[in-house]
Design a protein around this ligand. Structure first.
Ligand SMILES: C[S@@+](CC[C@H](N)C(=O)[O-])C[C@H]1O[C@@H](n2cnc3c(N)ncnc32)[C@H](O)[C@@H]1O
Length: 218
């Protein structure tokens, strides 16, 4: 009985343990430094203080970059892989305020002024993203989602090459992490449908991009 009750919780946990130690080298082999560089650009836009929830933070490589930009920012770090958290703890500066949560971001509930999701939302299907956004409905207009992710549409530069790159990326994650979706979710459209707007973005034509999104209904 107890195993049955635990199933939905344990189902997503630790799928990334298998690739935790090799994640950086694998992503570098396919995308060079673009995944970390786009996040460096996005991190420059983060608030200097307050509280931010990081979803699917991975191995914590972003933590020193955040500390250099905003040493006073309080971070709630939600990550499903225990090994990724172990690595992230090594990246954390001793004076950096980070609370690690080994949890499923889809069921994790915590109020936060801002949310950061770097290459995380593209792991979810559109219904899950919608539920996540609604669960964290912001209380005021000065709260933001900071998102770094892939985007692919007819405007995207090198569209066919990017489709092939994406196909192999998804295939790789399907084999190694039980990734379950076949296409990129239309992240921006989901936000817009439930009353959010994109305030800033890095580049509408780039396959790898960042966006800052806020609610318009408060
Ligand atoms: C593609 S990696 C990106 C990691 C990091 N954000 C980066 O940019 O390097 C996705 C991360 O999300 C975590 N993850 C996947 N599903 C999750 C979930 N439901 N809740 C929390 N973390 C999750 C994985 O364990 C993995 O570390």
């Amino acid at each position: 009985m107890s195993r049955f009750l635990l199933l939905p919780f344990t189902f997503v946990l630790n799928h990334y343990n298998k690739i935790a130690y090799t994640y950086d080298i694998l992503s570098w082999m396919v995308y060079g430094k673009r995944l970390i560089n786009i996040q460096k650009d996005l991190i420059k836009k983060l608030p200097k203080a307050g509280k931010i929830l990081i979803l699917g933070g991975g191995n914590g490589k972003i933590l020193p970059i955040i500390f250099n930009h905003a040493p006073l920012l309080n971070i709630e770090y939600v990550e499903a892989s225990s090994l990724m958290i172990k690595l992230a703890k090594k990246y954390k500066h001793p004076r950096q305020s980070v609370t690690f949560h080994h949890a499923d971001a889809l069921t994790f509930k915590l109020k936060s002024e801002h949310i950061y999701a770097g290459f995380f939302l593209d792991l979810l299907d559109e219904k899950q993203i919608e539920l996540l956004i609604r669960k964290h409905q912001f209380k005021n207009k000065t709260s933001y989602w900071y998102i770094a992710d892939f985007q692919l549409n007819k405007e995207t530069e090198l569209y066919f090459l990017r489709r092939i790159q994406l196909f192999f990326t998804i295939l790789f994650f399907k084999i190694t992490t039980r990734h379950s979706i076949n296409n990129l979710p239309k992240i921006e459209a989901i936000f817009e449908n439930i009353g959010y707007k994109t305030n800033q973005y890095s580049d509408k034509k780039s396959f790898i991009c960042w966006k800052i999104i806020s609610s318009i209904n408060n």
